[in-house]
Design a protein around this ligand. Structure first.
Ligand SMILES: Nc1ncnc2c1ncn2[C@@H]1O[C@H](COP(=O)(O)OP(=O)(O)OP(=O)(O)O)[C@@H](O)[C@H]1O
Ligand SMILES: [Mg+2]
Length: 269
């Protein structure tokens, strides 16, 4: 069980994928995650960084309940969860909106599936359009929206079912640097307004430091926690360009960069 304070707890998660048989026949196995553990308290943003293929998306999907773990547990408020649920919303790298539905209709989609009444859907979508700054674009189709606007719709869609936990897999990585920084600041504002609990995957060290209360650095093959780095900046935070000038920011960034570059074997030695 959790210590009573963890909103989301990842406990000793291990996962091995069975791969298709090798040329000579027989099974191959890929141990993708080993003994991954950490806690996130209500209202925190925790980021995961680590080299490509180290198991970040797999871990997020396990938390979501779409990929089954071999051993370990995922707990929400101390209760193990094994399937997707309304308590967890997912935001992807590509917004993946339904192209024939307007921004508003995309946001309402999950609510429709749940049989929520038209009046309530309209009300909820209007609030979310406001929250993500898209009230003026409610009736546009995805192809009429910029990449940044599409990601805002993706975020609003995930928030529509009012999840307590947001799982975000490189949500801003396909955006240009300026749009990305605007959306990072927006995410912090939304987080402050809604007090969600967020697990955020990124390749971008600056993004991880700027957004997070803690950053989990994963080692690869198998994916495991190399270090959990506490980020000391209080909220509200100055914007990223200003934060970059802070010497603490620079030393945390250097520490993370070293961790990512250093092979796990060398750290263990
Ligand atoms: N369903 C699956 N079956 C078999 N192997 C898988 C499956 N899903 C992922 N993998 C493998 O597990 C490893 C980790 O994949 P994952 O997508 O979690 O990495 P990642 O850290 O998110 O990488 P990236 O930073 O490139 O997004 C990879 O080697 C991948 O090929
Ligand atoms: Mg990934």
């Amino acid at each position: 069980m959790g210590d009573g304070r963890a909103k989301l707890a990842v406990r000793g998660v291990t996962k091995t994928f069975r791969l298709r048989g090798a040329p000579g026949g027989g099974q191959q196995f890929l141990n993708v995650l080993r003994g991954v553990s950490f806690d996130i308290r209500q209202g925190e943003i925790v980021s995961i960084i680590g080299e490509s293929g180290c198991g970040k998306t797999t871990l997020l999907r396990i938390v979501q309940g779409l990929v089954r773990l071999d051993t370990g547990a995922i707990e929400v408020d101390g209760v193990p969860v094994k399937k997707p649920g309304r308590d967890r919303g997912f935001v992807f790298q590509q917004a993946g909106l339904l192209p024939w539905r307007t921004a508003r209709q995309n946001i309402e989609f999950g609510l429709e599936l749940q049989g929520v009444s038209k009046a309530e859907r309209t009300q909820r979508a209007s609030e979310l359009l406001q929250l993500v700054g898209l009230h003026h674009a409610a009736d546009q189709l995805p192809h009429q929206l910029s990449g940044g606007m599409q990601q805002r719709v993706g975020l609003a869609r995930a928030m529509a079912i009012n999840p307590e936990i947001l799982l975000m897999d490189e949500p801003f990585s396909a955006l240009d640097a300026q749009t990305r920084e605007v959306l990072q600041a927006e995410l912090l504002r939304i987080q402050a307004e809604t007090n969600k609990t967020t697990l955020f995957v990124t390749h971008d060290l600056d993004e991880a430091i700027y957004l997070s209360n803690r950053v989990i650095v994963l080692a690869a093959k198998p994916g495991r926690v190399k270090r959990i780095v506490d980020i000391p900046f209080t909220h509200p935070r100055p914007e990223l360009p200003e934060l970059r000038g802070d010497t603490r920011f620079q030393s945390i960034r250097a520490e993370m960069w070293d961790l990512i570059r250093t092979p796990a074997q060398a750290l263990a030695a």
